[in-house]
Design a binder for this molecule. Structure first.
Ligand code: CU
Length: 149
């Protein structure tokens, strides 16, 4: 019995640091349905990291390339600006949403159909890769209902 307890403690000790490293959480991932596959799609999500980290890239099987875009205002004109990386500050929640930052899905394999989901893998400098399911909402959707953190 003592051996069993010692084993359990050892397993637990190994398991806890791994959980502590899971500092980045990605939730409410969604995309708008697209009308044409020839137009890029856009995906949105919320990221929260317990420690400083950096989003360095993203990929999905439904698009050839995923780019991080920000919106840059130049007077009345707003333009999309490609950003290489996105800094995450410890404890700060970053929400990508229509009219602001988004993940641009370049060269879609097919149009995004409402009611479907697709996987997307985000790469973080410290936390590594995190894969989330992205829900495809309606063409005019403003976002999913917020889920509890
Ligand atoms: Cu864009």
């Amino acid at each position: 019995m003592k051996i069993l307890i010692a084993t359990l403690v050892a397993v637990w000790a190994i398991a806890s640091p791994a959980q502590a490293e899971e500092s980045v959480r990605v939730f409410n991932a969604w995309a708008r349905a697209s009308v044409l596959a020839s137009r890029p799609g856009a995906a949105y999500l919320t990221i929260k990291s317990a420690s400083d980290d950096t989003l360095i890239g993203a990929s999905t099987p439904v698009a050839e390339r995923v780019m991080i875009h920000a919106i840059e205002k130049d007077g009345d004109v707003s333009r999309m600006k490609h950003i290489e990386t996105l800094e995450l500050l410890a404890g700060e929640r970053i929400t990508l949403a229509p009219g602001g930052m988004h993940l641009m899905l370049m060269a879609l394999q097919d149009k995004l159909r409402e009611g479907t989901t697709f996987p997307m893998t985000l790469s973080f400098e410290a936390a590594g890769e995190i894969t989330v399911e992205v829900s495809v909402l309606g063409i005019a959707a403003e976002g999913p209902r917020e889920t509890a953190e």
